[in-house]
Design a binder for this molecule. Structure first.
Ligand code: GRF
Length: 198
């Protein structure tokens, strides 16, 4: 096997996608987790990662106010100490500056709950329902300076059911997120960028 890839995961919340990634990174997987970091010290995912023996870091964005660069400098310090080959954003709810993105470009993935290029940004489930879409889903993409705009590495589709609410639709999409992200990471880690379609 070629050298194991070191993976850092950035979260802001419960971290269910992070857990799906951590649980997959065992055995013959080409990666191992080296850090789970959050901008929210209260993020439930930090404790869940620690339970699995993964090093964690909290870099609270609030003391930095509007100074995104200073927040990112503190985050970068923690990341560099962990020396990741790949960074997975998994429900990380901070907009990143072009400087931070350039630092990790080509090595940073994000999961976004829509069939990109549809519905970049927030409230994707409500927007899909408002538009009357018959299908919705999730994308994993490389992070570039364009918000939710980098090359798509995988997508999973789900049907929209009559009577769906943003919550029921989100739950259906989330199940697919947990399938898709680990599959994309496995491929990406060995240099395969062929998009996955589920
Ligand atoms: C997921 O829906 C992800 O696509 C979105 O935020 C949510 C994070 O959920 N960006 P979790 O923290 O992974 O459970």
């Amino acid at each position: 096997m070629s050298e194991t890839k070191r993976v850092a995961i950035l979260i802001s919340g419960g971290g269910s996608n992070m857990l799906a990634l951590l649980r997959d990174m065992t055995g013959d997987h080409p990666c191992r987790p080296v850090l789970v970091a959050s901008n929210d010290p209260e993020a439930g995912g930090l404790a869940r990662a620690a339970e699995l023996g993964v090093p964690t870091a909290a870099v609270d964005h609030k003391p930095f106010g509007r100074d995104r660069e200073a927040f990112e400098a503190a985050l970068t310090e923690r990341l560099e100490a962990a020396a990741p080959d790949i960074i997975c954003l998994a429900g990380f709810m901070r907009i990143l500056t072009p400087g931070f993105i350039a630092r990790w470009e080509g090595r940073m993935l994000n999961i976004h709950p829509s069939l990109l290029p549809k519905y970049r940004g927030l409230h994707t489930h409500a927007r899909a329902l408002e538009a009357g879409d018959a299908e919705h889903g999730v994308s994993v993409h490389e992070v570039t300076a364009e918000l939710d705009g980098g090359p798509v590495l995988g997508q999973a589709r789900v049907p929209v059911h009559p009577g769906d609410t943003p919550q029921t639709l989100a739950a259906r999409v989330l199940e697919q997120e947990h399938r898709l992200y680990p599959m994309v990471l496995r491929r990406f880690a060995v240099g395969d960028r062929t998009p996955i379609r589920l």
